[in-house]
Design a protein around this ligand. Structure first.
Ligand code: FMN
Length: 183
């Protein structure tokens, strides 16, 4: 009888250990947001998954004026400029899953996100991309992100229209289920 209980306990321990999936992995949400829409989605992912969250903060803030910001972003993107960022992660090795969020800027990711991806080696990790946009959709955002994450496994990304960012929690939740980040 004792032996049977011992064997059953061992089987239970082994199978629960084998059941490690995305839901039990340690996750970090990293995002840049100029106007708040991408932050909104990042916060929704945090509230659904319980993942930790970290904002990418440029060393020099972008202009508060929209047109000035659009002009500066155009110049930076055209010259592949990587602005300095204040955000540093010392314990990247502790995370298996990194959510990476950006606004769509000129059909690609915002330069501070490109800086983050080039400064941090995400190889071996699962990268979960999400963007917000003003009507242009994902454009080149996910493919450009992928180019900067060599060696990482990239999941299907989520693109949310800016005007819907506050009311997209159900869509965010569905996407997280589809890509097996939550049950
Ligand atoms: C510099 C800049 C460039 C943009 N370029 C595009 C674009 O090419 N396509 C698009 O659909 N939206 C574009 N937008 C709109 C933003 O992608 C959209 O409003 C997004 O939700 C902003 O996210 P945020 O509030 O987190 O900064 C641009 C906005 C800015 C400020």
């Amino acid at each position: 009888m004792r032996t049977t209980i011992l064997i059953l306990t061992l089987i239970a321990m082994v199978t629960s250990g084998l059941n490690l999936n995305a839901q039990s992995k340690k996750a970090l949400i990293v995002y840049y947001s100029w106007g708040g829409n991408t932050r909104e989605i990042a916060e929704q992912i945090k509230s659904i998954t319980g993942a930790e969250i970290l904002e990418i903060v440029p060393a020099n803030a972008y202009p508060g004026d929209y047109d000035e910001c659009v002009d500066q972003a155009k110049k930076e993107i055209n010259s592949d400029f990587r602005p300095a960022i204040k955000t540093k992660i010392n314990n990247l090795k502790d995370y298996d899953v990194i959510y990476v969020g950006s606004p769509n800027w000129w059909s690609t990711i915002a330069p501070p996100v490109a800086t983050f991806l080039s400064e941090n080696d995400l190889s071996g990790k699962t990268v979960v991309p999400f963007i917000t946009h003003g009507g242009g959709g994902k454009a080149k955002c996910f493919t450009d992100m992928q180019k900067l994450c060599s060696g990482a496994t990239i999941t299907e990304g989520l693109a949310i229209r800016d005007s819907r960012s506050k009311s997209s929690k159900a869509e965010v939740e569905n996407w997280l289920k589809e890509i097996n980040m939550i049950k």
